[in-house]
Design a protein around this ligand. Sequence first.
Ligand code: SF4
Length: 274
Amino acid sequence: MNLIQLDASNLSLLNKIKSAKTKKVKKILLEKTIGSISKTSKMPCYSYSIPAKNCNIGSILRKVKKSVCYFCYAMKGTYVFPIVKLALEKRLKSLKNPLWHLFLIEWIKITNKTNLFRFFDSGDLQNFKHLVKIVKVVNALPKITFWLPTKEYKLIDKYLEYREFPKNLVVRKSAFLIGQISNFKNVNTSSVNVNEKKSTKFNFQCSAYKTVKIDNKFKVFQSKTLAMAFINKYYSKTINDKSNKKKSSDFIGFCGNCKACWNKNLININYPIH
Ligand code: SF4
């Protein structure tokens, strides 16, 4: 199939999706085309991810002991479950689809509930074309705020040479090394383990590691130790019940009511290593 034929068949599929009567049918068709998007249970929105092993800068950093990627959470845990790996690979493959961005726009439209969206809870920008398509998605959905964390600084700088990012896109250049905080004039940033007692707009401290969900409400504790002690006491029955597969970690690590990562006014967000 040549490019023109491919575009024609994609366009007809896109129209079929747009005119489908139910969300269920739309989702089935979208899933077949570009794969699913992920609902991360501890964040307030859907997100889009691809395999972390395909990160360009990340693959180099993973070999560096003091780097953030050395401890990459997306190379372990649920991310390596066969079913998750398959979904990540499918999404990566779908980036070759010339109309990928148009399909993603439809996905976001039918799943959006909070007007927030995150790119790359796993993976990173693959090339400049990928970034340009992401900006097209952002521009098409002005009511939604998008958070794009990336280590692909060159791609960001290349984009910013001639234009600006849309207002509803928060690009955060993520630090390469643990304990490193950088001051880039053109975009926001994020760091790991640059802990300061006071949260300021120059270094906002993420509290997810000490945020617990209790009976559908969130409670932020003063420390992770206190949060864990609470969980073990409050949920001890659930955790110790062998027929129940819940672990202590299932009750902690929520964004809760925090949306700091999507806030452009907060220059740097600092996360503890996990
Ligand atoms: S800073 Fe807030 S929004 Fe960002 S990851 Fe932490 S809890 Fe979630």
